[in-house]
Write a protein that binds this ligand. Sequence first.
Ligand SMILES: CC(C)(COP(=O)(O)OP(=O)(O)OC[C@H]1O[C@@H](n2cnc3c(N)ncnc32)[C@H](O)[C@@H]1OP(=O)(O)O)[C@@H](O)C(=O)NCCC(=O)NCCS
Length: 237
Amino acid sequence: MVDTKGASATVARYARFAKNTLESGTFKETARSVAKHVSSTTPAYGLKRDLQAPHETPAAKIPISVRPLVEADVEHILDLHADVDSAERWERQTRTRLLERGIGRPYVAVDDEDDPCYVQWLFRPDENDEVQDFFHGLFPVLGRDEALLEGAFTPVRHQGQRIMSAGMSMIADKAADIGARYVVTFVGINNIASLKGCERAGFLPYVNRYEKRLVGRLRVEFHRMSAAEVEDARVLK
Ligand SMILES: CC(C)(COP(=O)(O)OP(=O)(O)OC[C@H]1O[C@@H](n2cnc3c(N)ncnc32)[C@H](O)[C@@H]1OP(=O)(O)O)[C@@H](O)C(=O)NCCC(=O)NCCS
């Protein structure tokens, strides 16, 4: 039987994708993403924090606090029409899609005027099915005492103030409220800014992830790291 419902959903998704690309001018980023789907292996590190291990929240260069994202924050941190370059617009678009799906708990770090300057999503193990579906298996299935952090984003105008380091540390602490002991997150091996932020937030590499794509088919492999590989993967030594 022909799956007309599935086919029309796919057509609608591609139409939305094309419309977004045209409207936002993110051609370079779209081309890169399409090329990646044809044939690629993308390595990333999985990093983990044990919430029971000693950790001191690092200070950002400006005073910040963390709270759940509210509707009014969106235009401040994820406005797709803001005067930003196409790379940042792409980052905003991917977070907007996640927000629209309505899964996970988005948190923001705000400055002393309550202006949101960092956003990140926390996922619980009872959302495993939704997470697997939305991210196409990019993350391991969470155990009962685990949570996932994903979607870290600091707008360029706020970057370099260690807001990620402090904000992520505080958002990870929120996982204890949902019964998690371990928090995991994944970062591309060349994303030094994010790797630094994660390490300062108390996360250490523990697994290698390989995202292998061939003509649209995705295979995700996880390989536990040896102690030597953990040391190699660390960016703050
Ligand atoms: C990753 C990101 C959230 C970091 O935000 P941030 O608030 O600026 O992070 P921090 O200030 O805590 O730390 C950034 C660190 O990386 C450094 N850094 C930034 N760009 C860098 C680069 N290209 N190479 C090396 N170091 C870099 C900064 O100098 C800073 O280190 P320092 O404090 O020792 O000087 C932000 O760059 C971002 O939103 N990027 C796009 C989205 C993204 O990659 N998200 C993460 C997905 S896993």
